[in-house]
Design a protein around this ligand. Structure first.
Ligand code: BGC
Length: 785
């Protein structure tokens, strides 16, 4: 855990002063750069020391057999794991006769700065070698948002207090040695030497390596080009072997002189393209980068981010830590999704190999909502990825004896990668989550082409799944039995309320969509009878309710279970999944993560305000938040039900999950859903945004400490700015046609550039709620105990 204050609180940068080797693996995740296609962890330029070296290409994975002690029908046979591809970051340095290795010599200063507006990671340090030579090193790194295949490093060494003989080795390294497995089942499987060499090349300043994965058969190319400047004579020499290509630059610097190496790295991969085609592809990408040069890449990066921040920034006055954290979160969510382009957005983005690089429902329910209102194009691409994987999802449904498509619980390439079916295949809600993302995206953008070409098919195939998975009982009520909802401490349960309500929305949306697109419906073989059956199932959907307690049940019978013995559970026994058997978790009232509470947000109109308050009060003392996907959902409902201070605590937890390594696993990669949840807690929590059909609601209310909260949303080709202080909210339409929204239930008609300010109704006081013992959110600075 990051126990010392490593990162300074500043609005637009994340700065680490000094080098904290004890938290190096975490900082590598926090300082990771990515564009959604290429990802580089924040490893030190010289490669060592490291926590986990990581260079990833979205979609590049290896297959491995999934061993089962007891076999069963329909178990996935093969697992997928993201692999560490060719490392193009490495720039080694020799100072006189000593390798620049910060574990030796004297480190006079060290600073790393992630600049959220520039999109660069800069490192500056001054180091005296064991032999007494002092150098200043400054490197700036970027992974380009504008040129998807390109990453680059500008590396500069200066002789500080006398002459220095300098050798810089700029490398491409394949099959790097990785540290061993740490025993946490959530961490990635370590795959030894996953790449087989196919080509190596070095000539003057140009390097290239092409490899192929052994089982998945993917061809991966990496190439590098360099621009070197230094005092005369500065010499260069290049060489390559199977797993290493290197440019060596040697120079003798006088005091105050500098050697600068600009390194441009390109990546390409394919499961079908030939070796010459991949080589040409990476060379071509380098040519495009060279045409703008380092200065051009930096300028393009800035312009891309200027545009992003203009439409996405969230301003928080009164809490600088949250201000920084939400920008950090927005930046990393953008990095995860910006250029994923019909590939998955993994739970860790491309910041680490945790969860084997798999994508989950995190994408549709946490990441895509943020992107829908800030970078909608990325959402369409993410959903097209799901559409591309429909053949695998249809096959899986057929294998399970179901109709339509059964999307995987976790995957890289589309097939089910979960070896644990109670919390994998049985978590069918992922299908309704995908449908929800389709509906939200189309409602927010009005993108009819997308709906016709992609949306309808996704809605139809998921509706088919629900219709075949559920059944009408003798009275006609529709049930979906034996499924796992979001809370993974319950499994294979009947009528999970979240699942049923989301499936209901899915069935209705599919029936509506085929009505709007009859031609497409015909192509997909949907007749009137089928869509009528979807509507019947939706209307007859069972929603379990305990009349005695007057609360919704998380699933049928849940409230009858024995309560977990929280008093007997020690703080060091969390997360419970690592200390107690699942069978016991499954039969008790204990909740890993928001489930019914999430339903009250995603299916908000299905609950009245008093039900929401009662349900929240019931489930709050049972929810242990052993998943990072929980705090942000609890923040949203805490805010809606008037528990503003609690909402604020949960906002902090979601926002600082990685900056303070709250779950002790940031080393494996960032929690992208929780980062997106920071936005959700602010915009849906304190802003009260709900968007159902054509209706957009806001119910703003900010915690006392906030002077102001402001955010911008993209809505149907309009830009809407919302500014909230303690007593009023101001809505400004920044462009486009007039728009009607609702403020605390009352309609508000907005015209361009005519801000309207409305009062915020007073808050009805609510009694404070309990959390399970030892599970209070308590990390908010200045909070009264
Ligand atoms: C959560 C899942 C989530 C997964 C990946 C698990 O711990 O329970 O809901 O999808 O992590 O983030």
């Amino acid at each position: 855990m990051i126990t010392h204050t490593s990162y300074a609180v500043e609005p637009w940068v994340l700065r680490e002063r000094g080098l904290h080797l004890d938290v190096l693996p975490q900082s590598e995740s926090v300082f990771a750069l990515s564009n959604g296609h290429v990802g580089w962890r924040g490893n030190l330029d010289e490669g060592e020391p490291h926590g986990l070296p990581g260079s990833y290409l979205n979609g590049v994975h290896e297959l491995h057999p999934l061993p089962y002690a007891e076999a069963g029908y329909g178990y996935p046979e093969s697992g997928q794991t993201v692999i560490n591809v060719t490392n193009g970051k490495v720039v080694r340095l020799l100072v006189d006769d000593e390798p620049f290795d910060l574990r030796y010599g004297r480190l006079r200063s060290h600073e790393r700065v992630l600049d959220l507006r520039a999109g660069t990671l800069t490192r500056t340090c001054e180091w005296t070698s064991p032999a007494g030579t002092t150098v200043r090193v400054r490197s700036t790194r970027l992974v380009s948002f504008t040129q998807r295949a390109i990453a680059a490093v500008a590396y500069e060494v200066e002789a500080v207090d006398g002459p220095a003989r300098i050798v810089v080795q700029s490398e491409l390294v394949a099959n790097e040695q990785l540290p061993g497995h740490n025993g946490d089942p959530r961490a990635a499987m370590v795959l030894e030497s996953p790449l087989e060499s196919e080509e190596h090349f070095a000539s003057s300043d140009r390097l290239r390596l092409v490899h192929r994965t052994r089982r998945s058969g993917l061809r991966v190319g990496a190439a590098a080009d360099h621009v070197v400047s230094g005092p005369e004579p500065t010499t260069t020499q290049s060489e390559a072997t199977d797993d290493l290509a290197r440019l060596t630059v040697a120079s003798a610097l006088k005091e105050g002189e500098r050697l600068r190496v600009e390194k441009f790295v390109s990546y390409g991969w394919s499961g079908t393209r030939s070796l010459p085609a991949i080589s040409d592809q990476v060379d071509a990408a380098l040519a495009a980068a060279a045409s703008v040069g380092w200065v051009g890449l930096v300028a393009e990066q800035r312009a891309y981010l200027d545009d992003f921040w203009a439409r996405s920034d969230v301003e928080v006055e009164g809490d600088e830590q949250i201000q920084q954290a939400v920008r950090f979160a927005l930046f990393h969510v953008l990095q995860a999704g910006a250029r994923a382009e019909q590939r998955a957005i993994p739970a860790k983005g491309l910041t680490g190999s945790g969860y084997d690089g798999h994508a989950f429902w995190d994408t549709e329910m946490f990441v895509l909502p943020l992107l829908t209102y800030t970078s909608p194009g990325a959402v369409a691409e993410a959903l097209r990825w799901r559409q591309n994987t429909l053949p695998a999802a249809r096959e899986r449904a057929a294998q399970l004896g179901l109709r339509g498509a059964a999307f995987p619980w976790r995957t890289i390439e589309g097939s089910e990668g979960s070896a644990y079916w109670p919390a994998g295949t049985a978590a069918f809600h992922v299908n309704a989550d995908i449908a929800d993302a389709v509906v939200r995206y189309t409602a927010a953008t009005g993108d009819e082409h997308f709906e016709r070409d992609t949306g309808v098919e996704l809605l139809v195939e998921t509706a088919r799944l629900w219709r075949s998975l559920g059944h009408h009982d003798q009275r006609g009520t529709f049930h979906i039995d034996g499924v796992t909802g979001p809370d993974e401490y319950s499994a294979v349960a009947d009528d999970n309320t979240y699942t049923n309500l989301m499936a209901r929305a899915n069935l209705q949306a599919a029936a509506d969509a085929v009505g709007r697109h009859p031609r497409r419906a015909e192509e997909l073989g949907v007749g009137e009878e089928e869509s009528a059956a979807w509507r019947d199932a939706a209307e007859a959907m069972h929603v379990p309710y305990n009349d005695d307690l007057d609360v919704h049940e998380q699933h049928a019978g849940f409230t009858r279970y024995q309560r977990w013995d929280f008093a007997a559970t020690r703080p060091d026994q969390y997360p419970l999944l690592l200390h107690f058997p699942y069978f016991d978790l499954y039969r008790k009232q204990v909740i890993k993560q928001a489930d019914l509470v999430l339903a009250m947000y995603t299916c908000s109109p299905c609950f009245d305000p008093e039900q929401k308050a009662r349900n929240f009060a019931y489930y709050e003392p049972l929810t242990v938040r052993d998943s990072s996907l929980s705090a942000c959902c609890q923040a949203v409902i805490a805010a809606e039900t008037g528990h503003l201070s609690l909402a604020y605590d949960y906002l902090h937890e979601a926002a600082l999950m990685d900056l303070q390594d709250l779950e002790h696993n940031t080393r494996d990669g960032l929690h992208i859903a929780s980062l997106a949840g920071t936005w959700m807690a602010l915009v849906a929590g304190f802003g009260g945004l709900r968007h159902h059909g054509t209706r957009v609601d806001f119910a703003p209310r900010v915690p006392e400490k906030f002077g102001r909260l402001a955010f911008t949303l993209e809505l149907r080709d309009r830009r809407l700015r919302v500014e909230i202080d303690r007593t009023t909210a101001t809505y400004t339409l920044l462009g486009g046609e007039p728009l009607t929204v609702h403020h605390h239930g009352a309609p508000l008609n907005l015209d361009v550039d005519k801000p309207q300010t409305l009062d915020i109704p007073p808050l009805r006081p609510r009694a404070a709620l309990d959390q399970p013992l030892h599970r209070r959110p308590n990390n908010r600075p200045g909070k009264k105990a």
